[in-house]
Design a protein around this ligand. Structure first.
Ligand code: ZN
Length: 281
């Protein structure tokens, strides 16, 4: 069992929308650790660092590109401390999200620069002691490939989990189908592949079923948002109750997912309900 949301939990803890969550690894490590602890207590065995936007491209939007090493390494160190304190043998997993840019020739980010940026982030996470890397919420295969290649350069032996977001009529925003994704990501040598984020359990359940049919041998992973995001006063809110996420956990396990967690809007209460289902069977 993986963990749940970090970003929406930090907003609840006072993070201002638009501010970089990664800065809190240094400014408010106690609040980041409290989120990790919530998921460890819920039963999560695979916990992600607070580094989703920790690449030089996204940190650069806040003029923090010179702090990639510090913010990622610190994130890994504080998560390792929390995992060791819990003593449950959970894995410390370095979280890598998209650059926020579109690769050339469609966009302006060159492939080699993207790979270099992801290598820089991976090196910092590895220096902080992560057990694995999870590259998530990708919508373009080229960028996923750049991220995997960069991670490999920086940490050749580290296991890589790779997930994309299928939030556009069953495809990623860039038009990748679940069948294309599972073949491409397994081809890149990812240890486990799947989907995360998006429009809730029904969407990701369909994704996992398609991936399972396309590749019966892949180790599949799923991290669904806590329901379909709804706009309330200009903010995305997620309304799925813990019981609904427990149902999702059982269904997606039966569909073939081996690593199961949750994404935006989920809380330790959701993960606890999921653990009650997943870890009891
Ligand atoms: Zn999400």
């Amino acid at each position: 069992m993986a963990d749940g949301a970090m970003g929406t939990m930090l907003f609840e803890a006072g993070l201002v929308f638009g501010d970089p969550p990664e800065a809190w690894n240094v400014a408010h490590p106690d609040r980041v650790r409290a989120v990790h602890r919530g998921y460890l207590d819920a039963g999560s065995k695979l916990i992600l660092t607070n580094t989703f936007g920790g690449n030089r491209f996204r940190l650069g939007l806040h003029s923090l590109q010179s702090r990639v090493n510090e913010l990622n390494r610190t994130a890994a160190i504080i998560l390792r401390a929390e995992v060791d304190a819990a003593g449950t043998g959970a894995l410390v997993v370095g979280d890598i999200g998209p650059s926020g840019e579109i690769l050339a020739p469609l966009g302006t980010l060159e492939y080699a620069d993207a790979a270099d940026g992801f290598a820089e982030q991976t090196a910092a996470l590895a220096a902080g002691g992560v057990d694995a890397i999870w590259i998530e919420t990708m919508s373009a295969l080229e960028e996923m490939q750049a991220a995997v290649e960069g991670a490999r350069q920086a940490a050749p032996d580290i296991p890589i989990i790779a997930t994309m977001t299928f939030d556009t009529r069953g495809h990623t925003m860039m038009g990748v189908s679940p069948e294309q994704a599972v073949k491409a990501l397994a081809g890149l040598g990812a240890a486990a592949v799947g989907g995360n984020c998006g429009n809730g359990p029904d969407e990701i359940l369909a994704v996992i079923k398609k991936m399972r049919a396309a590749d019966p041998n892949a180790i599949l992973v799923a991290k669904s948002n806590a329901g379909m995001p709804e706009l309330v006063n200009g903010k995305a809110v997620y309304k799925a109750k813990p019981e609904a996420m427990a149902d999702y956990a059982a269904q997606i396990r039966d569909a073939g997912a081996r690593v199961i967690g949750a994404c935006c809007g989920s809380t330790p209460a959701h993960l606890k309900a999921m653990a009650d289902v997943l870890l009891s069977a």
